[in-house]
Structures are given as C-alpha cells and as structure tokens.
Design a protein around this ligand. Sequence first.
Ligand code: CA
Length: 311
Amino acid sequence: MKLPFGRLMINTALLLALLTRAGALYASEAGLCLFAEALNDEGLIEREYRLDANAEIQYASFSFQLQRFLLKDNNQTLYTLPETFLIIESRGKQLRLPRGRLLVGDIRDYLVFPRTRVPLLTVPDPSGGNGWNANPSDVFSLHDDHFLERLGDVAEVKDVDADGWDELLCYEDVWESGLGWLGHSGAPKAYTVLKVDDGRIVPDREGYREHYRSRIAALDKEIRDALNPSDPCSDLQLLQRLLTRFLWYRVMGESEAAWSEFRRDTDRRTPELRIRQVGQRFEPVPLTEIEREMRRTLDLSVEQLHGGWGK
Ligand SMILES: [Ca+2]
C-alpha cells in the first residue's frame, strides 16, 4: 500500500496537533512512549511501521509476546523517534519501549525478584555517563494489581548481599565529586536498597538494616586500624572511610549518631587531619564546611536528594 505520507504532509491541522502533543511529551523516554501512543491513536503506526521480529517468551508463570518494529527513515526524520520500537504484550496489556537495546529473547534477563519476591521487569536505560546514578533501569511491575505499570527507575539491579535475590539500588552521591580532594574513584559512596511498596519504589531501611550494619562494622575496623599510631593510613584515606561510614548511617536514617562518631574519630586523630591543597601546602581539613554540607543535605529527604523515583 502506498504510504499516506503526502496526505499527512498536507493535513496541516493534524500535523500541528501531533507536533504539539509531541512537544508536550517529548521531554522524557516515557514521553516518547506517550508520543508513540498518540501516533497510534491517530492510526498511523500500523501503516508506517513494519514488523521486524516477534517471539513468545515464557518464564516461570510469565508469558510475553515481543514484537520489534523498525521505523521507516522518513518517519524518523519527521518525528525524531528512535530507530526501533519494542512492544511487550502480556495478559492483554501492552508496553511500548522506544529503544532497540533489547534483543528478542533477552527479556528473561530483565526479570527481577528482589528479596521480597515481588516480580519485576527492569529495562536498562543508560545515559552513557559515568555518574553512579547515570545509567538507570526502568522498573515495571509484574504484580497483578499493577501489571506492566512503570513504577520508576533505579540506579542498578544487583545481588549485594549474595543471597540469590537481586536488590534495587540507588547510590548516595552527595560527595560523588570527592570533595575536590578524594576524586571520583575515592569518593565516599554508599547505596540505598529500594523496595516496591504498593506500586511505589521506596527505601527499604528495615529489611536491610543488618546489611547496612555489617558495612559499618567493617569500616569501624578499618578506622580503628587507621587511627593506630603505629600504622596510620593517610589523612585522605581516613577521611574517605569516616565519610563513607557516615553515609551508611545516613542510609539507615541515623545521621545524628553518625555525626557524633565522625567528630569523635576526627578529634582522636593527632595531629589534626590535613590535606595538601593547591600550592603544595598542607592545610587542615575544613571540617566546618563539611559539616555545613552534611547538615544541609540532612534536611532533605532521600527522595529529594535523588530527585525521586517517581513515575
Ligand atoms: Ca540479595
């Protein structure tokens, strides 16, 4: 069938309506999904796309029909839509993913069962950046009440406590820049384990409290060793460990206890913590400035710090 492209080009009212809807929705990947849905509402997708591949995927009690569509060049130019278009269909619901990274048959790799054994579908959505939270995965519910509903995104999906169940993570990136002295690789780093609660992604403090405490216990030992006058580590290493321990306490919602421990251990260091500043002079670590930043970020909720995991 001849493409109805000429008819579309002269139908100015329809084109303007579509582009207006695109402008409102184009700001995010989710927006692209909606934009594609808008096109579909107008009955254009089926005529402008061609079927590239499809497959039936069975995994445990889940069954998915995958279809991948390749957009024709002229439509890519007009709508700046991505090249490929994945449709996941199951239980009468359809999920349209405007990206070509998933290969047909790979979906079982993206099924996740956190320790709570809530089945989820996670789809990588990397930005390509090297920030700890820069390469998130979209999380879709497979729970009956929210089936194929997008719940939000997480920074990483990983089994951090080696119990065989994956965890959903976001990273505490308050000091990801390394405070200007520690660098990105040495920056104080901790993560928050997330869970799905009534269709929302929220921090799981109670379920992982023992896990967090085990991380703190390991750091306690390293800090005791670092404060041993006979075998001291560098001031920068000690500062990195003290701030990392602070972050683990903060993840548990125990920031005030963390702060008192931080002050206690910096006071135990003699002589005081010093770092080499520009000009090759050793200067005291600006603990007052660090505390001010700690206090500022303490006033923010975890959700505010990370921009939320909202839909
Ligand atoms: Ca686990």
